[in-house]
Write a protein that binds this ligand. Structure first.
Ligand code: AHR
Length: 659
């Protein structure tokens, strides 16, 4: 018995020692490499191009809270994307009101007065008075799936009102229907489910009073039950899964320019985006449409956790976008700064975010996270302050106040500063000056540029001073979604890996774009309501993400350095022990590269080759999303071998330890 106890203890101690020294889970790392960031590549998420509402946020009802208005788009009003209905020779009236809303943050609601319900169903299929929601270009439903409906109602007439809730095809076919009955004279939430009898790509939601009466209605919501990970108020499952499958190490959110906003009143304030959806503050999106904030901070953090990515929230630096009000046309003079007497409160708002994310469930803000269903902390490590801001004295003063406050109260948090919208120039230089002065741990660089630039500037980060701030390349892309653009970005990514000791993180931008609703032409994934169209740029990102390492090795792949169409990088993932070669040929003919694996013991045989190649002009479209896709096959490698890199290609060879 004693012997057994001793054995068990010895085993536990030994296992602990092995795990804590890394011997148990980490392969031996050969000499001659350098440690690089193990969280190099992630996602940039911004609600641009209908990425959130109408995109990844699975809400099917558009303008669910009747908060659309003409400042967002000409002609928009609280009843946009709704239609009034009085079928079967019924009649009534409808109005938009504000006197007694569900919540002060959600001022508009609709009052329906069903004055007369006809009984001529045989002519029109149904009688009643109500409304129809057109969704975001219609609503896609699948036969047999469950859709969760909810609505806030307030009965304004004496007797209860019966409502038929249905999904209707554009030809009027009723695909699913259920009833609810108002019971309360105060705002009350009612729910039901709808299970369509057929699959359709363009349906509408119909809410019809089939008994006489008057009622107020707000926050009309319809969600597929099958959201990503079945989360309530969740994300479109296919789209979220596509992103999860990339295995990003982090997700930056909520932008982009959306963060600092179109004028001070439009800054993205995180506290407005948490809590019950009917209490969130909806507002105009800087990109010219509406954000419900249904995809808010809780949902962003939850998504990060669900896909094993670190959350990287970016908060405004107390100033609005310099291009506010369209002032980019006159040199970007639209930056506005929070008055100094509001800064204490604003600084506290940023500190509260950290408590909300990481504080115990008993803390003031941690308790709000717990109330939303997440008592455990979210383990926030990074906070970005500012986005591409103009380096004015007002910005610098406010940024410094925010940075000092976070550093003092939360030294465990890495603050990411900002260095303007371009790869060089005044804001870039002044941003770096400020960073050096404050000794920032990290700054956020952005550049959107022609593909050729990436080929000719592979050495950008080689000369960066490793004693200064690390770089988060928070937004970059080449202008275009053709294969050539993607391959140019692959060239850049090999340079980023080589400099993974100073570039800590990088994310392509923007991420998502809905067909017919884009504000930015070059994006990583296009989509409509039924189809996802990952671009060649997506596949480059995915290949680098899924084949990341934590140690970088020079001179494993040799080729003519004078040929700027060629690039390569070699990393090792110490967790699996795999050695990964990435070889890029952005030229028009195949080129040989010489590989020497002698640094790595027990390598050879047993490898996997993935190649993305094709016509430089090739791209994917919603109609043909599979035109350019990578192909993987088993591959055998020797200690020394020659690899012929196809024209216009990224090749990834993943080599396992010989067994
Ligand atoms: O990614 C699109 C936009 O580009 C971002 O909102 C902004 O930060 C940048 O200028």
């Amino acid at each position: 018995m004693n012997v057994k106890i001793l054995d068990y203890r010895t085993f536990v101690i030994l296992a602990f020692v092995l795990i804590s020294t890394g011997c148990f889970v980490h392969a031996q790392v050969p000499k001659g490499g350098k440690e690089i960031s193990d969280e190099l590549l992630g996602l940039f998420f911004e609600d641009i191009n209908y990425a959130a509402d109408g995109g990844i946020y699975a809400e099917m009802v558009q303008n669910r809270s009747f908060e659309y208005d003409p400042t967002e788009q000409q002609g928009w009003n609280p009843f946009s994307f709704w239609e009034y209905m009085e079928p079967g020779y019924s009649y009534g009236k409808i109005s938009v009101e504000t006197s007694n809303p569900v919540h002060k943050n959600n001022p508009h609601y609709v009052v329906v007065d069903a004055e007369f319900i006809g009984n001529y169903e045989e002519h029109e299929g149904k009688s009643g008075v109500g409304v129809k929601n057109l969704g975001f270009d219609g609503m896609v439903v699948k036969e047999g799936d469950t859709y969760n409906f909810s609505v806030f109602l307030k009965q304004l007439s004496e007797s209860p009102i019966t409502l038929d809730i249905g999904l209707q095809g554009t030809d009027g076919t009723v695909l699913a229907e259920n009833k609810i009955q108002s019971t309360a004279k105060n705002w009350e939430k009612y729910t039901t489910t709808l299970v369509p009898s057929q699959s359709r790509d363009t349906t509408h939601l119909v809410i019809l009073a089939t008994t006489k009466g008057k009622f107020a209605m707000d926050v009309v919501s319809l969600f597929p039950e099958k959201t990503f990970k079945n989360r309530p108020n969740g994300l479109r499952a296919d789209m979220a899964q596509l992103l999860a499958d990339m295995e990003p190490k982090f997700v930056r959110f909520p932008g982009g320019c959306l963060v600092h906003g179109d004028g001070l009143h439009n800054m993205y304030r995180w506290k407005n985006t948490i809590g019950p959806i009917e209490q969130r503050v909806e507002q105009r999106n800087i990109w010219g449409y509406h954000q419900t904030a249904g995809l808010g901070y809780f949902e962003y953090f939850q998504f990060c956790e669900d896909i094993g990515a670190k959350p990287v929230p970016v908060v405004p630096a107390g100033v609005s976008c310099q291009n506010s009000g369209g002032t980019w046309r006159i040199g970007g003079k639209g930056q506005r700064a929070l008055p100094m007497d509001e800064m204490d409160e604003y600084i506290q708002e940023v500190l509260d975010l950290i408590e909300w994310a990481n504080g115990p469930a008993t803390s003031k803000w941690g308790s709000k996270r717990a109330a939303a269903g997440h008592p455990e902390p979210f383990n926030l490590e990074y906070v970005g302050i500012g986005n591409e801001d103009k380096m004015t004295p007002e910005f610098k003063e406010r940024f410094t106040m925010l940075y000092e406050a976070v550093k003092e109260k939360h030294p465990e948090i890495t603050v990411i500063g900002t260095v303007g919208p371009f790869l060089e120039g005044e804001d870039f230089d002044k941003g770096w000056e400020l960073s050096n002065k404050l000794r920032l741990p990290m700054v956020d660089e952005h550049y959107y540029i022609e593909p050729d630039w990436y080929l000719g500037n592979q050495e950008r980060y080689d000369a960066y001073d490793r004693k200064k701030a690390q770089v988060y390349l928070g937004e970059y892309a080449s202008w275009g979604n053709k294969l050539y653009n993607a391959i140019a970005e692959a060239v850049h990514l090999t340079a980023i890996e080589r400099n993974g000791d100073v570039v800590r993180m990088a994310s392509y931008a923007p991420l998502l774009a809905k067909k017919g609703h884009t504000q930015w032409s070059t994006d990583m994934v296009f989509f409509d309501n039924t189809t996802l169209c990952p671009t060649p740029n997506f596949y480059v990102q995915k290949l680098f993400m899924k084949n990341s390492g934590d140690h970088y090795y020079e001179n494993v792949v040799k080729f003519s350095k004078k040929d700027t169409t060629l690039a390569a990088s070699t990393v090792m993932d110490s967790k699996t022990g795999d050695v990964i070669l990435k070889m890029v040929n952005a030229g028009k003919v195949p080129k040989n590269m010489e590989v020497n694996l002698s640094k790595f013991k027990n390598r050879g045989g047993n490898a996997k080759l993935t190649v993305l190649t094709g016509d430089p002009e090739a791209e994917n479209t919603i109609e043909d999303p599979g035109n350019v896709v990578p192909v993987t096959k088993a591959y055998s490698v020797d200690k020394n071998f020659t690899y012929s890199a196809p024209a216009m290609s990224l090749s990834v060879i993943r080599i396992r330890t010989k067994t």
